[in-house]
Design a protein around this ligand. Structure first.
Ligand code: NAG
Ligand code: NAG
Length: 184
């Protein structure tokens, strides 16, 4: 009995520690509409969405779609909507992609006609040194060849930053409560 209880506490504690240490944020691509072929006249929808957010290493993006797919590609294939040699391909309809480095990530629809009308997105993940001092984001200079600067807008500080702080706060408070409970 006692050992079962200790095991339970160990598992709970590890979970809490993991939750506190890995403070990542999940972004939903396209918000409630998800990952769809753009219907409006504005082909920059997804990059406008990306420009409004600040992405950190460890964060995830969630793609929700039907009868479609998500390809992670290089910058040239992004520009040409070339679906023939993706770095990764996802087609399960609920794709969670985690950023394991800073820099640029390029995603396009696996259907090149969808990509050509704007179902494509560039996400820039901030370098840890930028995270320390939130301020005007530096320009993405030196970001590799093939970069189309027309597709880039620097991210602003907005409600996502507050959400991020709130999510961190909530995690810490929840963790504290559970630790208190365990040791009472
Ligand atoms: C997806 O494709 C199937 C088969 O082609 C079709 O029956 C279904 O209506 C499609 N769903 C959407 C959301 O387009
Ligand atoms: C797509 O990429 C492949 C491999 O890099 C290349 O052989 C092919 O010509 C490209 N297709 C187009 C339409 O650019």
């Amino acid at each position: 009995m006692a050992s079962a209880s200790i095991t339970f506490k160990t598992v709970l504690l590890s979970t809490i520690l993991a939750a506190v240490l890995v403070n990542s944020y999940r972004f939903e691509v396209g918000d409630e509409k998800g990952w769809i072929k753009p219907t409006g006249k504005d082909p920059q929808t997804y990059n406008q969405w990306a420009a409004k957010n600040r992405f950190h290493i460890g964060d995830t993006v969630y793609f929700k779609y039907r009868n479609d797919s998500v390809l992670e590609v290089n910058s040239a294939d992004y520009l040409n909507c070339n679906t023939s040699n993706p770095m990764s391909k996802f087609e399960d309809g609920n794709t969670v992609f985690q950023f394991d480095r800073s820099g640029f990530f390029y995603f396009i629809s696996g259907q090149s006609d969808h990509c050509k009308v704007g179902q494509k997105i560039i996400i820039r993940v901030m370098h840890p040194s930028e995270v320390e001092s939130p301020g005007p984001a530096p320009s993405p200079g030196g970001a590799g060849g093939g970069w189309d600067s027309d597709n880039w807008e620097p991210p602003g500080i907005n409600s996502t930053t507050k959400l991020y702080a709130l999510s961190y706060f909530t995690t810490v408070v929840t963790g504290l409560f559970i630790v208190l409970y365990l040791f009472m």
